[in-house]
Design a protein around this ligand. Structure first.
Ligand code: PMP
Length: 303
């Protein structure tokens, strides 16, 4: 497996181990950072890399910069050029996971909005360990953040304090991961991934007003499910007790890809195995991101 050599700070390539940010920057003191995790998949047929749904990742990042009132933004062609340079400079020979962070690197009082800086890092990433076995989830006693407090819809570093509390609690309680509820007790999402479940043949996911990140993988699943089956995913409020009626469940996200959920609160999901809809969507997803399927070429930016 390849190792990262260089990362990029403000457009300059620097040795991976030498990256520096001031500890009194607002990025650190007030978590004034928005970020993205983007994957560049190795395409077996051509040997090229394809950044998956880069435009959508950049759009979400730009809205985050706006909401945090950063005093500058970065446009999509510039970020693409930076990521291309970064990936080529690291000479990867397998899939790449890119972390792109934009933050206030200036120091000062809470309302400081600049100077703004960015870091892009390219790293290898192994397949998540629960991809084959499935994972157990425990419903967290930590509620998901509220939209009008710290909007989960944007990918701000500050939101991950809430996610970490749930993830750490789940681990200490013996689960593989957490599933969070809104303050109203409705199903929201996992700390770093969105949630889907199948009930009586219907694929269901919490609505965009359920305290979730507007996940790009979630959108990919919704789109592909419709294209493959001619059926719609139900995007709606999910009660907690519906979880125990699920025949199948899975998490999805750029980093997690598709992870089957085989137990919730120690109850088996369906028969406790990986269900057929989860398998079908998972196979389709990997064929799509690697360009094995020609569908949606606009989702793959070739490098
Ligand atoms: N929810 C949260 C809280 C996440 O951190 C992630 C990972 N980015 C996701 C959902 C999945 O989002 P995406 O599919 O855009 O990676």
């Amino acid at each position: 497996m390849w190792t990262p050599k260089l990362l990029m700070m403000n457009g300059e390539l620097v040795p991976f181990a030498d990256a520096k940010l001031h500890p009194l920057s607002l990025a650190v003191t007030y978590a004034t950072t928005v970020f993205e995790g983007v994957r560049a998949y190795h395409m077996p047929q051509t040997g090229q890399f394809a950044l998956f749904r880069l435009a959508e990742h950049v759009k979400r990042l730009q809205v985050g910069m706006k909401l945090l009132r950063m005093d500058r933004s970065y446009d999509t062609p510039y970020l693409l050029e930076c990521l291309e340079r970064l990936i080529r400079a690291n000479e990867p020979d397998s899939d790449v996971y890119v972390r792109l962070l934009v933050y206030v690197e200036g120091t000062g009082l809470m309302a400081t909005t600049g100077p703004v800086g960015f870091t892009a890092a390219a790293m290898p990433r192994e397949k998540p360990k629960f991809a084959e076995t499935g994972m157990s989830l425990g419903v967290s006693s930590w509620n998901r953040l509220e939209d009008n407090a710290s909007p989960p819809r944007i990918k701000s570093t500050a939101n991950y304090h809430n996610a970490r509390l749930a993830a750490l609690q789940a681990k200490s309680d013996g689960y593989d991961g957490a599933l969070m509820l809104t303050a109203a007790g409705k199903v929201s999402e996992a700390p770093i991934a969105c949630f889907f479940m199948v009930r009586d043949g219907v694929l269901i996911t919490p609505s965009k007003s359920s305290g979730i990140l507007e996940s790009i993988t979630r959108d990919t699943i919704i789109t592909r499910y419709h294209e493959l089956t001619d059926k719609q995913v139900e995007e709606r409020v999910i009660d907690r007790s519906e979880l125990y009626f699920a025949d199948e469940a899975f998490l999805c996200g750029t980093g997690q890809e598709i992870i089957p959920v085989v137990k919730i609160d120690q109850f088996a999901v369906g028969d406790g195995g990986i269900g057929p809809i989860t398998r079908q969507l998972s196979r389709d997803y990997f064929d799509l991101v690697r360009g094995v399927l020609p569908a949606h070429p606009e989702w793959r930016t070739l490098i």
